[in-house]
Design a protein around this ligand. Sequence first.
Ligand SMILES: NC(=O)CC[C@H](N)C(=O)O
Length: 383
Amino acid sequence: MTASQTKPTACLALADGTVFYGQGFGATGETEAELCFNTAMSGYQEIMTDPSYAGQIVTFTFPHIGNVGVNPDDDETADPVAEGMVVKWMPTQSSNWRAVQELSDWLAARGRIAVGGIDTRRLTRAIRQQGAPHVAMAHNPDGVFDVEALVAKARAFSGLEGLDLAKGVTCSQSYRWDEMRWAWPEGYKPQTNPKHKVVAVDYGAKRNILRCLASAGCDVTVLPASASYDEVMAHQPDGVFLSNGPGDPAATGEYAVPMIRSLLDNTDIPVFGICLGHQMLALALGARTIKMNHGHHGANHPVKEVETGKVEITSMNHGFAVDAQTLPDGVLETHVSLFDGSNCGIRMADRPVFSVQHHPEASPGPQDSFYLFERFAASMAAA
Ligand SMILES: NC(=O)CC[C@H](N)C(=O)O
């Protein structure tokens, strides 16, 4: 029997009333969220555990999801933070020497709903056309759904605009990070003696970003998102790192921006930001952020470094973007997306203060962007 002939056990309702039926896996129950699509062909576990996906359900355009199972090493944080997943084919039994659990059991243990047997191509077209929709999703083994109630739930979902979700995924206390990357760009020598004291502000940091900082020679102390200027400076950092994270940058900026502004006004220490951290820095410098239609979520996004003309293939996950038109004098646009020309990087013209929209830590994805960590380390060495 194909999935379409089997009695549906999961239902996905879009706010416009479109309904998709499929086979549920993972946890049972209901959830509502914004729906996005991710085009990466690998890394589903890293995607599901990327804290930046809080408040979102991910549609995977690659059809074979779950086939390599899950393992504890690939988590970007302790639990999945994406609300749920939508896939084309039901996961088959996993086959990989690293797998310790099936995707479905892993999701069930973590309370995350998934649906398979969905026409993800049709769904992706709908997301592109209407912009990331608000949806409600239910998994019920009895196959009984109150579709009208689900559509109403989807309509009632507030959306991500105005939501500070970083406070829900940041660490509760400061901690040290010293684990290194496991794989290296060709010819790269890991820095085993940390030289630079770095405070990493955690808006929802992925572990592999912290590993990359450690591998570039940073002695990393991670602080909660709400850390004040005084709390940051108490660590006497050589540099400050601003992490990725979920939700609307303008909302998180309400408390993050004053800290970053104080840092820029009162010190000349290097600052490096990634994704939400990039947006925080841009806001602190006086630029604005905007909601994108359907965002960028994938592992093959070409980004051009303006100064060199060099193109890097990057990993992306963002639904908001820095509006390059609003960058003030003295702040340069350093990187642009070759998909749609949107801003992917900035730097202050006269100081080692810079940030990028993409995820240069390469998990998942290639290693083209690792130079950014080395650039941050070099700017601290030069300071
Ligand atoms: N990965 C991120 O840090 C995402 C940043 C922000 N939440 C956005 O959606 O644009």
